[in-house]
Design a protein around this ligand. Structure first.
Ligand SMILES: [Zn+2]
Length: 296
């Protein structure tokens, strides 16, 4: 879910060249999960309006869309910003992040501290200098690598800790309580992770000074942009059918339920809806076929 897939890249090309069927495909591919996400925070009509506006906003800025994040992540980011606007207009206190868990630290990390989605906004890094973009790309790659390494080594507890730091943006104290560790242990693990990211950053970007850690603010921003620990939709499908190894099932359960990743929850809700529709359609087909012989 972290990089632009070939299918999405092709779709973007189609849309840029003015192919309407490409646009239809994009809408049908993403509308379900976006609506499911919006409905968690807004009433039905407002949710649909927000999704509609997000699509329009995406389409208007499509020439500036850069292939730095997955299309899904990007669309969710635009939608989330739109939802925050609607809630603010109604005077609601807004937790803009992707997790339920985040609410206990919401005051620490208001929306203002989180990155704008790049590409579409005036403050996006389309306007920043090239070296900054390069650094950011390298940081994305480094973060992905470190997450992949933890996943490959099946270090799920370390992953949980890192997700609580970067995905839910919890404070050390809160993480320590949840994982039955001391605050110092949490701080140390976090420090080690950042050091490893800095090291692989220095490998992909020789100009980067390996003794300088990337600022935490930037790490949070980049994490938000690529969501490196969110499972692919196909993996979420396997999770739903419980056809993954137990360790992975438990880990995704943590990500979705305990960490409360709203984006993954929206994907699961959408899959549920599609399954319902398929079941309804299958039943409809069955009734149709069994009765057609009597049709005159
Ligand atoms: Zn997720």
């Amino acid at each position: 879910m972290t990089e632009l897939s070939d299918a999405d890249r092709f779709l973007i090309q189609q849309i840029r060249s003015g192919d309407q069927s490409g646009w239809e495909q994009l809408i049908s591919r993403y509308q379900g999960r976006l609506c499911a996400f919006a409905r968690k925070q807004l009433k039905q009509q407002d949710a649909e309006d927000a999704v509609q506006e997000a699509f329009i906003s995406f389409l208007k800025g499509i020439d500036n869309f850069e292939d730095r994040a997955s299309l899904e992540t990007f669309l969710f980011t635009i939608l989330r910003r739109r939802i925050v606007d609607v809630l603010r207009q109604r005077g609601r206190v807004v937790d803009s992040k992707t997790c339920e868990l985040a609410t206990d630290d919401a005051s620490e990390n208001p929306l203002e501290q989180i990155a704008e989605p790049d590409g579409l906004s005036a403050s996006g890094y389309a306007e920043r200098d090239e070296s900054f973009a390069q650094q950011r790309d390298a940081l994305q790659a480094a973060l992905r690598d470190e997450v992949l390494r933890l996943q490959a080594d099946l270090k799920f507890r370390d992953l949980q800790l890192i997700e609580m730091v970067f995905h839910a943006q919890l404070r050390n104290k809160s993480i320590a309580e949840r994982l039955s560790m001391t605050e110092q242990q949490v701080a140390l693990q976090k420090h080690r992770f950042i050091k490893r990211v800095a090291k692989s950053l220095a490998e992909v970007l020789p100009a980067a000074e390996s003794n300088v850690d990337p600022p935490e603010r930037l790490l949070l921003e980049v994490w938000e942009c690529i969501r490196p620990t969110c499972p692919k939709r196909s993996t979420l499908g396997k999770f739903k059918l419980a056809t993954l190894d137990t360790e992975w099932l438990d880990h995704i359960q943590f990500h979705v339920a305990e960490l409360g990743c709203r984006l993954c929850q929206a994907n699961l809700d959408d899959m549920e809806r599609l399954l319902d529709e398929q079941a309804t359609q299958a039943l409809c087909d069955q009734f149709m076929q069994s009765s057609i012989g009597f049709f005159r």
